[in-house]
Unconditional design. Sequence first.
Length: 251
Amino acid sequence: MSDGTPAELFFDAAAELLRRVREEEGGAIAEAGVLLADTVTDGGRLFAFGAGHSSLAAQDVVYRAGGLALMNLLAVPGVVGVDVIPATLGSALERVDGLATAVLDSSPARAGDALVIISLSGRNALPVEMARGARERGLKVIGVTSVAYATETASRHSSGTFLKDHCDVVLDSKIAVGDAELSLDSVPAPFAPASTVVTSALMQAVMATAAAELAARGIEPPLLRSGNVDGGHDWNARIMEKYGDRIFYRH
């Protein structure tokens, strides 16, 4: 490891990854933002899904001050976050065939909607099946993943495919296989994951692009404001009323 404290080296590694996605994924970010804006313009609904720690970036764009009010979390019980006991159950559920189909069948998602699927490896059955099933149902799919996993690991889905193979737009987070940026002779394993930092930045970049695209079309972006600023609650109530039929996290 190069000179510098572990904290400094982590910041350097995260900053370099952010630089790479800014420079190398700009076109895909723009395409994803336009896809979401098209969906909103056409009356569709927006959903985000992620399993385990990948869910953090999905949750970050749902009911978020400064974010699009129409973004809904497509939740899978036992998989969203690490609050399930034991936490290892969430990882096991990601490998269960048929779970994504059951979730989609019981969700409000329908043809004309858009779904963002976040999976660092993109190799497990759940994100692959979720993407395939969503597209079969007429949804547009944006995948946020590390494309490196598709060349350095084997798929865990029966099709032998990865999330990236079933998306309308793919955003590559550039995260190395293993998701650990630092190593020390005194530490027995690589450490300091940066996938949450990079994936959340990618998601917010897409949200910003979608909002600006809507405004460019003369459509007021359905943005939420912080409830901790004067007038925020009244603003949000107006947005919620206007788009109530496309917002599912308040029902």
